[in-house]
Design a binder for this molecule. Structure first.
Ligand SMILES: [Zn+2]
Ligand SMILES: [Zn+2]
Length: 101
């Protein structure tokens, strides 16, 4: 459980960082790198995503369902990949972790 809590804190820190960094975009801060702003469900780096090591699906508790990272992220998943830290249903697990190109 210690790990779980640490992970939660970690996630919250990330969210706060994003908020601090991007929350005020549009105020004319003059940052030229807005093209980098493509945060979506697909933020797992390919190196991790396709390394085929320890991608364990774990169950998410019911009140914390996540969007599935596969299939356009439209369905909610009851499981997530612990390593990628994304919601992922059983159907999409294989596709998500398999390089198609
Ligand atoms: Zn994974
Ligand atoms: Zn799915």
């Amino acid at each position: 459980m210690v790990v779980h809590i640490a992970q939660l804190t970690f996630r919250r820190t990330i969210a706060q960082t994003y908020l601090q960094r991007y929350g005020t975009i549009g105020k004319g801060a003059g940052r030229p790198s807005t093209s980098k702003f493509s945060i979506s469900f697909n933020r797992v780096s390919d190196d991790i995503r396709y390394d085929e090591k320890n991608h364990l699906l774990v169950y998410i508790s019911d009140n914390k369902k996540r969007r599935c990272a596969g299939e356009g992220g439209s369905t909610s998943a009851r499981t997530m990949c612990k390593k990628c830290d994304v919601g992922l249903c059983l159907d999409c697990n294989y596709i998500f972790h398999t390089k198609t190109k």
